[in-house]
Design a protein around this ligand. Sequence first.
Ligand SMILES: Cc1cc2nc3c(=O)[nH]c(=O)nc-3n(C[C@H](O)[C@H](O)[C@H](O)COP(=O)(O)O)c2cc1C
Length: 169
Amino acid sequence: MNKNLILYWPKDGSTENAAKLIAKHLGQDTSDLMPLDLAIDKDLSSYSFIVAGSATVGAETWQKATDKNLWAKFFALNKHEVFNGKKAALFGLGNAIMYPYHFVDHLEVLQNEFLKVGAHLIGNCPIEGYSFKESRAVKDGFFPGLALDEDNQPELTETRIKKWIENLK
Ligand SMILES: Cc1cc2nc3c(=O)[nH]c(=O)nc-3n(C[C@H](O)[C@H](O)[C@H](O)COP(=O)(O)O)c2cc1C
C-alpha cells in the first residue's frame, strides 16, 4: 500500500503535536509519523506523499546541522532526493507575537529544498488570520504550506489542520 510519510522536527513539542493531529486527520492507517532523527537512516523512497513540518527556531540554528535542528543535516545528506516527482506538503510552527518579522521563516528553507529535488508542493495557505509583519516564507500573500502558532492561537490549530487536509485531499 502506498503510504503517507509525516516527517517532523523538532520532537516532543508543538511540532510533534501538530504532526500527530495531521496523522489523525490524514488517516492513521495510511500515515507513518516519523521524527527526523529516525528518518536519517531510513529508506524513504516508498512513500507516495510526504508531509514535512518544522518549527522556526532562529536562523543561526537552522543553518547549522545541530541536534536542535536536524533539517540541515537531512538536507546536507540529500535524504530528500527520493522525493523527486512526489507530492509533498509543508507545515511550520512559529510565534507571530514574539517573532513578528520572522514568522515561520523556516518554511522557506523547506520549500526551497523540496523544490530543489523536484518534489511537487501542494497545500499553500493564505496569510489571512495571522498577525505578523514579515515572513521569508510568504510570496504573493501565501505561505508555502500550513502555518501554525501554538503559542498564541492554539485553539485554531486543529481546525486549521482539518481544513488544510480537506483541501489537500
Ligand atoms: C530560540 C527560539 C527562536 C525562535 N525563533 C522563531 C522565529 O524566528 N520565528 C517564529 O515564527 N517563531 C520562532 N520561535 C517560536 C517557535 O517556532 C514556536 O514556539 C514553536 O511552536 C516551537 O515548536 P516546538 O515546541 O516543536 O519546538 C522561536 C522559539 C525559540 C525557542
